[in-house]
Design a protein around this ligand. Structure first.
Ligand code: GLV
Length: 328
């Protein structure tokens, strides 16, 4: 009977004590080290698997599942799932789930922090101080942009965007947003946010934060033209996905003073960062950690485990994974 237990592939080291909950139902093959799995390695790992717990490092599409005849569920540890070809997985009847909600507030905290750090030149100032340049208090040293009372623009007003808007109220900011669809009035009122078109958002924001999902239609949404439409005193913060921004155009804007500063937690070729951005002093760079508080990362893994157990027909939510992505 024991060889009838479904097999699970866990693609990255997560939290062992939480992942161990899978042992009750499944035979688990875990990956001990952080891995940049080649497509062939993913295909090989999925070949005998009934389910998989994966992260946004793992790109899975039609080719990777071609030989995975038993595969019934993929639980992504992350709210974004552009690493997965969801249409191809759904076409094969594979349940796909992500981890929304549990990371909303933590990610909004970080988005706000990154925007503040870019506006007030916090990491630039720290690097300068650590390099031993500080000779005495300088009246004109590291003058930044105002945050309180300024205009915050949010592109992508989902749960995280709304969390950032709620935080902005404490800073007396005027909040504008643009989204695929306008939010209900009650939500706008709660977030004190006003819907504007994309052009107005670019033109009026003192601080623009990107929180929208990456889909091919959004590729390089923030390109040279979009950057040219922004105020030269503005900042750009990206906590969504690197592919939303044309990084060379951003480096041009930051180097030429066409844009005051940027805060980037995500990069198109991550973990490789565009060397032109690395050379800019007026950009705060962090390694995709917006949801990275310990309790939140644990909650994400716990939700992904719940999704996988339920999707494969076990546990208290058998057949009803808490956050499965609905087929289109
Ligand atoms: C992180 O970027 C996530 O999508 O959860």
């Amino acid at each position: 009977m024991s060889d009838a237990r479904p097999k699970i592939w866990v693609s990255q080291p997560l939290f062992d004590d939480i992942v161990a909950r899978l042992d009750e139902y499944f035979d688990v093959a875990a990956t001990p080290d952080i891995s940049d799995h080649a497509p062939e390695a993913i295909a090989a790992a999925l070949r005998d698997a009934d389910g998989a717990l994966v992260t946004l490092n793992d790109r899975i599409g039609a080719a990777e599942i071609a030989g995975a005849t038993r595969l019934r569920a993929i639980a992504n540890v992350g709210v974004g799932y552009n690493n997965l070809d969801v249409a191809a997985l759904h076409a094969r009847g594979i349940v796909v789930a992500n981890t929304p909600d549990v990371l909303t507030e933590t990610t909004a905290d970080f988005g706000f922090a990154l925007m503040l750090a870019a506006a007030r030149r916090i990491t630039e100032a720290e690097h300068w101080l650590r390099a031993g340049h500080w000779q005495g208090w300088g009246f004109h040293k590291m003058l930044g942009a105002e945050v309180h009372g300024s205009t915050l623009g949010i592109l992508g007003m989902g749960r995280i965007g709304q969390g950032i808007a709620r935080r902005a109220a404490g800073f007396g900011m005027r909040v504008l947003y643009h989204n695929r669809s306008r939010l209900p009035e009650a939500v706008e009122r709660e977030c004190r946010a006003r819907y504007v078109d994309r052009d107005a958002l670019l033109a009026q924001s003192d601080h623009l934060v990107l929180v929208l999902p990456y889909v091919p239609a959004n590729h390089h949404l923030i390109d040279a033209a979009a950057l040219a439409a922004m105020k030269p005193t503005a900042t750009l913060t990206n906590i969504a996905r690197g592919g939303l921004v044309d990084e060379d155009a951003l480096a041009d804007a930051l180097q030429s003073g066409r844009l005051a500063a940027a805060g980037l937690d995500v990069f198109e070729g991550e973990p490789v960062v565009n060397p032109r951005l690395l050379a800019c002093r007026n950009v705060v760079l962090t390694p995709h950690i917006a949801s990275g508080s310990l309790p939140t990362r644990r909650a994400m893994v716990a939700l992904a485990v719940d999704n996988l157990v339920a999707a494969l027909g076990y546990g208290p939510n058998a057949g009803k994974p808490p956050s499965a992505i609905a087929p289109k």
